[in-house]
Design a protein around this ligand. Sequence first.
Ligand code: ZN
Length: 183
Amino acid sequence: MITMKDIVRESHPSLTRSAAVVEVPLSKDDKQLLEDMMQFLKNSQDEEIAEKYELRAGVGIAAPQLGIEKQIIAIHFEDIDGKLYSMGLVNPKIISHSVEQSYLSSGEGCLSVDRPVEGYVPRHARITIKATDINDQPVKLRLKGYPAIVFQHEIDHINGIMFFDRINTEDPFNIPENSSPIQ
Ligand code: ZN
């Protein structure tokens, strides 16, 4: 099982490079990795298991965070309206996005970053993603609000971008242009 010791931290080269496209149909190993990543997220949100294994709660994880430079991400969370987003994807790509931006009013965090980083992270308010799921099926997702932010954070990881790379260094709490906050 994946624990915090498997997760590489900021400044690790895997977090700064573009990850490789994954071959479809998925290999056994890639499928297993996706399942392990999903299980990690579920474990990290289970109070008892998280305490036992000292896991930090996470809603998303990308393979480069495990030092594996492949375009693989997993997400697991409930949106404020109670809708469950739980899936593993390979080769996710943002194929279109809104001009309007958004940002999390509490800022963002990352399993690979052990310190609080303050500031607003500008994100697209709405995105459309194409990817392949764990059953080798093509998926197309239209996302807005919190889910759109989570997916952009994880897709950034496969492009070697950290959330703090997007924060305005001179003025971290500068409100992104044409944006609305997400609580
Ligand atoms: Zn992250």
